[in-house]
Design a protein around this ligand. Structure first.
Ligand SMILES: [Fe+2]
Ligand SMILES: [Fe+2]
Length: 184
């Protein structure tokens, strides 16, 4: 099931960024100021990649798989709603960071709350798909059918897209880790 493994790989990558953002929340609670430019890059990356590509791809897949099993339908519905909520959460966080970068006053503990809530929502969603949606899809949908579906799913036009994204992601991840170490 290539499509599921691709989506899974996206989750693994996103999860690594989220793990570091979680550590950032701890640092914020201890009174340290993060590098907000870097924070903006990370949230922009998540917004562009997850909200702009990963979730639309899942939405399309979920649409194809709808109306075949009532339990699956129920769970897919929750996912589609999650995607909308997460998109708004990204926008909200982007606005907050943008404000801070432009000298708006936002108490750091308030920002920590926002970031923590964001990381929680993202993590909860990843775990829901990994723990409940994907196993159910694998149980209900044959590999032959998945292969057929795959060709119908929207793919990035640029064949280098995946590679570029992977590289972008690695750079951000590295910078985040360095930034975290700098704070010690
Ligand atoms: Fe999703
Ligand atoms: Fe996902």
């Amino acid at each position: 099931m290539t499509i599921i493994s691709e989506l899974h790989q996206d989750h693994v990558n996103l999860n690594k960024l989220l793990m570091i953002l979680r550590q950032k929340v701890v640092k914020l609670r201890e009174g340290q100021h993060p590098n907000f430019n870097l924070m903006a890059d990370v949230i922009n990356y998540i917004a562009n990649y997850a909200d702009g590509f990963h979730h639309p791809r899942e939405d399309k897949l979920y649409e194809y798989l709808s109306s075949r099993d009532s339990l699956l339908d129920e769970k897919l519905q929750k996912c589609v709603e999650d995607h909308l909520t997460l998109k708004h959460a990204s926008l909200h966080l982007q606005e907050a960071i943008d404000g801070i970068l432009h000298d708006a006053v936002l108490p750091m503990q308030e920002f920590a709350n926002l970031l923590e809530e964001y990381v929680l929502c993202q993590t909860e969603h990843l775990n829901f798909e990994e723990g409940e949606i994907f196993p159910l899809i694998e149980k209900l949908v044959s590999e032959a059918e998945m292969t057929k579906l795959e060709v119908q799913l929207p793919m990035p036009e640029d064949p280098l897209f995946g590679e570029k994204r992977a590289q972008e992601y690695m750079e951000l991840y590295r910078e985040l880790i360095l930034d975290l170490n700098d704070e010690d």
